[in-house]
Design a protein around this ligand. Structure first.
Ligand code: NAD
Ligand code: DAU
Length: 348
């Protein structure tokens, strides 16, 4: 049986990756290693927590001693590394937390894997999950390719760029088996309501303002989270050793247009008169260092690995809104803080 250690599996994207692997590969054992920070929520994995091929391990990747002992005990054959501090706004107020988890934590994992694999890399793989933000910002034209030079601007993207460099350095220096994926903005179920789409869904439900930074013309490229999980599965199994793959769905939206579309769908689903939710849109002070535009050229993964997203943006957004409407308990637990007791209830 192949043993795969997934970090950050209690978070937004990690929970979808864990579910994809637990369901699709009964012959694998999936270890979900997560510190359960504010962003970690084991309620995201309630449906698979009792599966025989799944084990949760509460641990902090910044603690090298603990991480090494976990690797020695469980001897994973592969790592899919998603654990991170992920929110740009938080990185502006507390950059060091991002250095600790995203940079030091990644190096701790590389060292722990390198120590147990002992230069025998047959059948081994370290898949590092990264972001398009490492490329910096685009002007009004062009796309990020795998060859675009790194030019991070926020403390978050600087920490992710640093971690990507370490992963590639271990490949180039030690022949360590790695693959790196750089994905665009994700949306979907289980998204923590500090990020634009779930924040707006939450605020529409509660008749609160929808804060739009600056003039709202900043552009992001959105991918449904399950399509990111599918792409990770594909690259993990078939990506070239030492390779990099951009992941995206050619789906750019200016923030203001996206929020207006969200308002439209929410009004329809809530049976409110058209235009009701859009009245909550409020332009607020811009994010410092705000990158203007991200857009992924996903040609490489499309052509080399035959990857295509499974849903259009309209479908994915509709599924996402329905999920939040049908899982208001999840949202209540997150906003009240009650979700942080789930670990104690399940794993004490
Ligand atoms: P998230 O914030 O929802 O989840 C992060 C998870 O990591 C949480 O479960 C948290 O408890 C865990 N974690 C944080 N610090 C830890 C530590 N020190 N030790 C162990 N676990 C720790 O993040 P996400 O949005 O799911 O992003 C997952 C990964 O994907 C990140 O590496 C992020 O950079 C990358 N990414 C995210 C997006 C996006 O749109 N959200 C897009 C591209 C890439
Ligand atoms: O591009 C990939 C990245 O996407 C990931 O690496 C990050 O982990 C993830 O958080 C996300 O970063 P963004 O900063 O793009 O996501 P966020 O949802 O915070 O913001 C999306 C856009 O909306 C961005 O231009 C800022 C803007 N925004 C955000 C918030 C929270 C607003 O206008 N108002 C808001 O309240």
């Amino acid at each position: 049986m192949k043993k795969i250690l997934i970090t950050g599996g209690a978070g937004f994207i990690g929970s979808h990756v864990v579910r994809e692997f637990v369901n699709k590969y009964p012959d694998y054992h999936i270890f979900n290693l997560d510190a359960l920070t504010y962003a970690g929520n084991l309620e995201n994995l309630r449906d698979i927590e009792d599966r025989p091929n799944y084990t949760f391990i509460k641990a902090d990747i910044t603690d090298s001693t603990v991480i090494s002992s976990i690797f020695i005990e469980h001897q994973p054959d592969a790592v899919i590394h998603l654990a991170a501090e992920s929110h740009v706004d938080r990185s502006i107020t507390d950059p060091l937390a991002f250095v600790m988890t995203n940079v030091i934590g990644t190096v701790n994992l590389l060292n722990a894997a390198k120590d147990i694999w002992k230069d025998n890399y047959e059948g081994k793989r370290f898949h590092h999950v990264s972001t398009d933000e490492v490329y910096g910002t685009l002007g009004s034209t062009g796309l990020f390719t795998e060859n675009t030079a790194y030019d991070p601007h926020s403390p978050y993207s600087a920490s992710k760029a640093s971690s990507d460099h370490f992963v590639r350095a271990y490949h180039d220096t030690y022949g360590f088996p790695v693959v790196v994926t750089n994905c665009s903005n994700n949306y979907g179920p289980n998204h923590f309501p500090e990020k634009l789409i779930p924040l707006c869904i939450h605020n529409i439900l509660n008749n609160k303002p929808l804060p739009i930074y600056g003039d709202g013309k900043f552009t992001r490229d959105w991918l449904f989270v399950i399509d990111h999980a599918r792409a990770i599965d594909l690259v993990f199994h078939r990506g070239a050793n030492g390779g990099s793959y951009n992941i995206g769905g050619f789906n750019e939206w200016q923030n203001i247009d996206l929020v207006r579309e969200l308002c439209k769908q929410m009004d329809e689903k809530l049976g409110r008169p058209a235009g009701t939710s859009a009245q909550l849109i409020t332009f607020v002070k811009d994010r410092p260092g705000h990158d203007l535009r991200y857009a992924i050229d996903a040609s490489k993964i499309n052509e080399e690995l035959g990857y295509q997203p499974s849903v259009t943006f309209q479908e994915g957004l509709s599924i996402t809104i329905d999920w939040y409407l049908n899982n208001q308990e999840w949202l209540d637990h997150v906003t009240s803080g009650d979700y942080q007791n789930y670990y104690a209830k399940q794993y004490s």
